[in-house]
Write a protein that binds this ligand. Structure first.
Ligand code: ZN
Ligand code: CO
Length: 337
């Protein structure tokens, strides 16, 4: 699975520009899905199987996009000024590299004297250097870029940009591979969504269009084991994560219980998430049309929204195992009568 995660994490796809990631994923799932379509927002919607006795129409969602920047203007000295695509933080900008779609690498600098660099300036004080030394430039206003870094491994840990949420995409692909061989009573709709980082926009249209009986989002969860980090009882390497609540989503108890009981029955290590900052695609899918019973699962991730997001492969595998177990049996009590 590491090779798949590396391929996806090193791909280029800021919010609204997911086309390269979408084509990579399409190539992986072409032979697994019964049919594949792309909606107006750019979501990749892959259907597998049909509803059988005790089965539901189940939607699983993971977002393809990653945080990035978009060039807003070029200043008098030729430096690119930018807006953010999704939430990037001043503390991780200076000295970082961005990559444009055409491969051009930019270096992020800041308007501060060395002696003053003890605080975090506003985004408008940062700039991107794309000078070539020979007066040529192939990027400019309107061009988007990602924070660029290759994937590294350290034992069971994977370190890369955009594990939020390419690791979720990899989990869905691996689940599709396993479900190709497993029997399922469900119609399974695997959706690789667009524009999550700018407000879960892809999931809104996908949720509305698919309007499933039951939905699960798969995303990273900020780990609570960084020193003085987020107050959350979720640790790297301690299992996959089952959401109970976040800022925009109270998971129906029947869904939480189904996920917990399945994890216990299959002896899959799991942790419960109560997140007070942030949400997932599931928070908007639950509000599609007349409402969709929705939950969320994921993996703990350190340093979210930096180029060194870190996950543990054991948690990733546990998340696949749980999804496969849930999809392989009827899901009673989820759909309202
Ligand atoms: Zn995410
Ligand atoms: Co994110």
């Amino acid at each position: 699975m590491q090779d798949l995660i590396k391929k996806l994490a090193e791909a280029w796809g800021p919010s609204g520009f997911e086309h390269h990631v979408r084509e990579l994923i399409r190539a992986e799932v072409q032979d697994l899905a019964d049919d594949i379509r792309v909606d107006a927002l750019g979501n990749l919607i892959c259907r597998m199987g049909t509803v059988k006795k005790g089965g539901l129409r189940v939607m699983l969602a993971a977002h393809m996009d990653e945080i990035g920047v978009l060039v807003s203007h070029v200043d008098r000295q030729g430096y690119l000024r930018f807006s953010n695509l999704g939430a990037s933080h001043g503390t991780t900008l200076l000295g970082n590299r961005v990559k444009f779609e055409n491969g051009v690498i930019g270096t992020i600098g800041v308007e501060e004297r060395w002696s003053q660099r003890t605080r975090v300036p506003n985004l408008d004080k940062y700039f991107i250097d794309v000078s070539t030394g020979n007066d040529t430039s192939s990027v400019g206003i309107g061009d988007a870029a990602i924070f660029w870094r290759t994937l590294d491994e350290r034992g069971d840990r994977l370190i890369a940009k955009s594990l939020d949420d390419r690791v979720g995409c990899a989990i869905l692909i691996e689940t599709m591979r396993k479900m190709k061989k497993n029997k399922s009573p469900h119609e399974m709709i695997f959706v690789f969504t667009a524009q999550e980082e700018v407000g879960r926009r892809g999931a809104m249209t996908a949720g509305y269009g698919v309007f499933p009986d039951f939905a699960l989002a798969v995303d990273v969860v900020p780990a609570g084991d960084e020193p003085k980090g987020v107050e959350l009882a979720v640790e790297l390497g301690q299992g996959m994560v089952i959401k109970v609540m976040d800022t925009h989503h109270v998971v129906p108890p029947a869904i939480k219980n189904l996920l917990v009981e399945t994890a216990q029955h299959e002896r899959i290590p799991y942790q419960l998430e109560i997140l007070t900052l942030g949400s997932t695609d599931a928070s908007v899918i639950q509000l599609a049309q007349s409402g969709v019973p929705s939950g969320a699962v994921g993996v703990p991730c350190r340093y979210v929204h930096t180029p060194s997001e870190t996950v543990d492969i054991k948690d990733v595998r546990a998340c696949v195992d749980l999804l496969v177990a849930v999809l392989s049996k009827p899901a009673a009590g989820i759909k309202p009568e």
